[in-house]
Ligand binder design. Structure first.
Ligand code: FMN
Length: 313
């Protein structure tokens, strides 16, 4: 029997639902599943008070997270595969996931193991995925697959519906905008990855180091977000350094800098983001090759193709 370790962190329960749908076929196939939910100390609130939400920005980007409680695993526990299910916070992996990958316990569990990454976010996971790959490699793991679940509503609508959900806990239709989050069909569709993993584990394919989730539309990379994320990440690095210089997490003396960052974000969303969309359309012929290369890069390792969808749905 194969043993799989699932490590996850979910606040609203959305990511937890995806993990449940994905792991069900594995359980039905008799795979041993050990699910560890990360527990940061102190816990992050949900829904988020306004200041607490933005106060996690600098440390999320600087990869300087709050620690987690130790996992509940027996010290010598060994696994054939690790599934890491993580949300994005400010174009970076959420702090509890960073803390796990940086911890001695995380490094022991990942050393030499194949890792399947499952990201859930609004729609910007590319920069965070670059960071996650580095953290997994530094922990000694081998990232063999990556699956992304995003909110498919129009990007500009999710700039309103996602923060509303995070700050109030409400994700229903609002002012004619669609409900926030990953839709139920996509969540149920996570089962195809569990089916494919169950088959691959039965054949011992996790040992080969090659992707097991190809042909299942594991990711869809949105071309116009590729360059926006790169620009956003550069700006976030500068802002996080600046705010960190003003004070530590929770300290009032960094609030003025944090408020300036909030104003900057709102101004960006209202002006630069739409302008950027128009400019990218106009410059499309000039940028096409660069963007296509970046799209191919982010589609790795599992790919955007759907050749095996029918077999595994
Ligand atoms: C502090 C914070 C920052 C976030 N930053 C991003 C982001 O940069 N990009 C994105 O696409 N989603 C972002 N999100 C949205 C979450 O990734 C998304 O809602 C995810 O589904 C949360 O999953 P969970 O509620 O199961 O924990 C952020 C959410 C929070 C709480």
């Amino acid at each position: 029997m194969k043993n799989v370790l699932v490590v996850s962190y979910s606040q609203s329960g959305q990511l937890a639902d995806i993990v449940a749908a994905l792991t069900r076929p594995l359980l039905e196939a008799g795979t041993g599943i050990r699910h560890e939910v990360l527990r940061p100390v102190p816990a992050f609130p949900f829904p988020w008070p306004f200041l607490a939400f933005f106060d996690v920005f600098p440390e999320s980007v600087r990869l300087d997270p709050r620690p987690n409680q130790p996992l509940m695993l027996a010290s010598g526990a060994e696994f054939d595969l690790v599934i890491l299910a993580w949300p994005v916070w400010f174009l970076s992996p959420a702090q509890p996931v960073t803390a796990f990958l940086q911890s001695a316990e995380g490094k022991r569990l990942l050393a030499g193991k194949p890792v399947v990454s499952v990201v859930v976010c609004r729609n910007m996971w590319l920069a965070a995925f670059d960071t996650l790959k580095t953290l997994v490699a530094e922990a000694g793991g081998r990232l063999v697959d990556h699956v992304a679940f995003t909110d498919r509503s129009p990007s500009l609508a999710t700039f309103i519906t996602t923060p509303r959900w995070m700050l109030t806990g409400r994700r229903d239709r609002f002012l004619g905008l669609p409900p926030a989050g990953v839709d139920a069909r996509q969540i149920a569709g996570a089962a195809r990855f569990g089916n494919a993993l169950a088959d691959a584990l039965a054949r011992g394919e996790e040992k080969h180091g090659r992707p097991m989730l190809g042909g299942l539309r594991a990711v869809t990379v949105t071309p116009h977000l590729v360059l926006s994320e790169r620009a956003g990440r550069r700006a976030f690095r500068v802002w996080s350094r600046l705010i960190h210089c003003c004070g530590r997490a929770g300290q009032w003396r960094r609030m003025p800098a944090l408020m300036l960052f909030v104003l900057y974000l709102v101004a960006m969303i209202l002006t630069v983001v739409p302008l950027n969309l128009i400019l990218q359309r106009l410059a499309a012929p000039l940028l096409a090759r660069r963007i296509a290369a970046l799209v191919r890069h982010y589609e790795q390792p599992s790919g955007a193709g759907d050749a095996r969808m029918i077999a595994h749905e």
